[in-house]
Ligand binder design. Structure first.
Ligand code: SF4
Length: 457
């Protein structure tokens, strides 16, 4: 069996499953956020009754992160709905924006968009926060009301996005009927060269198979090259499985996975036992692609979809208005460090916005020093507008006052994961997806630029 089949077989209580089987599986964790949480709660109450209790309050994780730092009252209200539900259900894992469990959330625009406006429990973007807070474990099943839930496949788990109706059902029963997906195998061999990042791997793959090339399939990333990829790298790759239509993305388990998961469950006091799955010699896949990491070059997914891949070095004629680094995919500590490596000691020539995915990443960037300056200060020195308000921000547009949102038809290079029309705001704006290093080089030059031009100097 493939990695995905092994996890699904175990979760359904069967010795074996095959692609195409329809099976009931037990969920290990259900995650929801401020956009889909209120709808999911509505379905749960409607179908199970106003007095119903969630199937397991320790397994429901609620993370407000999307439309948080906005004066839009309906968005603020969504966070309050989550808080009321958490109070009603006594759910322990709620990463609230404010500290008062009886309070209500109201963003204060007079304080500006850059300075921190959240309490001590706030965790930032759900997919990055889940592992940081110790909720991702190898061999488990994670359902989340967000398409990029597949990011947790980096931890050798089956993680996939589901809709509010399915999530309401999981909330009440802890189960879901799913069809076992076919598996596409991507064997990563070799090692990335300087200036090339994990984002280039996944953009390369999506360019090969198209933005619908993995529709309802598992994307299994294995091969000897995985050992050279950090946990952040694996998260970037698994995150974008959905950008090829994938049901899930999944990595093998190794010592890096164990080290990360065990340190995070220990730190947060979350469930620490887990049972990983290993790659079998005899597994049935519907196709195998070998990716030679040594030969990959920086690439860009051009407007209007994540499969529209071109080499960064061929796009110097594309002038830009804006650069953006942030999101679950591209707003991790290592993303900002690679960005800073390119930009250090120089000045951006276009509007450049930086949004760390989580408060922990804000802290990392403010603490990590290079030559007496913190990474955060290096970015400010270079003219990057950095906000402490970690969250989804302009990755999916959001209300008009969202930090970094494109309210006019601009061209933006972005470290985020999706570039369909209107994704980051104005429907006539254009988004070019790239690695943090390519975004940095392009922010300096004001046009799409291969980051190796800066690294070689
Ligand atoms: S950062 Fe973007 S892709 Fe990630 S969860 Fe938020 S909106 Fe979705």
């Amino acid at each position: 069996m493939t990695l995905t089949e092994k996890i699904l077989a175990r979760a359904s209580g069967k010795a074996r499953v095959s692609a195409g089987d329809n099976i009931w599986v037990n969920a290990d964790v259900l995650m929801t956020h401020d956009v889909c949480g209120p709808g999911t709660i509505g379905v749960f109450h409607r179908e199970f009754g106003r007095q119903a209790k969630v199937w397991d309050r320790e397994r429901v994780v609620i993370i407000p992160d999307h439309y948080i730092f906005t004066a839009d009252s309906k968005s603020n209200r969504n966070v309050d709905i989550l808080r009321e539900f958490v109070r009603e259900q006594q759910i322990p894992y709620f990463y609230d924006v404010i500290d008062d469990p009886n309070g209500s959330w109201k963003f204060d625009p007079t304080q500006g968009l850059l300075n921190r406006q959240y309490g001590s429990q706030y965790a930032g973007v759900c997919h990055t926060a889940l592992p940081q807070k110790g909720h991702t474990r190898p061999g488990e099943i994670l359902f989340g009301t967000d398409s990029h839930t597949c990011m947790a496949g980096a931890f050798n788990q089956f993680a996939t996005g589901i809709g509010n109706t399915d999530a309401g059902f999981v909330m009440g029963t802890g189960k879901l009927l799913i069809k076992v997906p076919e598996t596409m195998r991507f064997r990563l061999e070799g090692k990335l060269q300087p200036g090339v990042m994990a984002k280039d791997i996944i953009l390369h793959i999506i360019g090969e198979i198209g933005f619908d090339g993995a529709t309802y399939r598992a994307m299994q990333f294995d091969g000897s090259g995985v050992a050279s990829l950090s946990i952040d790298d694996r998260m970037t790759i698994a995150n974008m499985a959905i950008e090829a239509g994938g049901k899930n993305g999944i990595f093998p388990f190794d010592s890096r996975t164990a080290e990360y998961v065990e340190s995070r469950t220990r730190l947060n006091g979350t469930r620490s036992s887990y049972e990983p799955v290993e790659v079998d010699a005899d597994q049935t896949v519907i196709g195998e692609w070998v990716i030679d990491l040594d030969r990959l070059e920086p690439v860009v997914a051009c407007h209007p979809d994540p499969g529209n891949r071109k080499q960064a070095k061929e796009l110097g004629h594309v002038k830009l208005d804006r650069a953006y680094i942030g999101s679950c995919t591209g707003g991790k500590t290592s993303d900002f460090v690679e960005f800073a490596r390119v930009i250090r000691g120089k000045r951006v020539s276009i509007d450049t916005f930086g949004v760390p995915a989580t408060p922990e990443i804000v802290h990392d960037l403010r603490r990590t020093r290079w030559g007496g300056r913190t990474v955060w200060d290096i970015l400010l020195d270079a003219g990057v507008q950095m906000t402490e308000n970690a969250g989804c921000a302009a990755c999916l547009g959001g209300p008009v006052d969202t930090f970094g949102r494109m309210n006019t038809p601009l061209k933006c290079i972005s470290a985020t994961n999706r570039n369909f029309p209107g994704r980051m705001g104005h429907k006539e704006s254009q988004v070019f997806l790239a690695s943090p290093a390519t975004v940095a080089a392009s922010a300096l030059a004001g046009k799409i630029t291969d980051p190796r031009e800066y690294l070689s100097n």
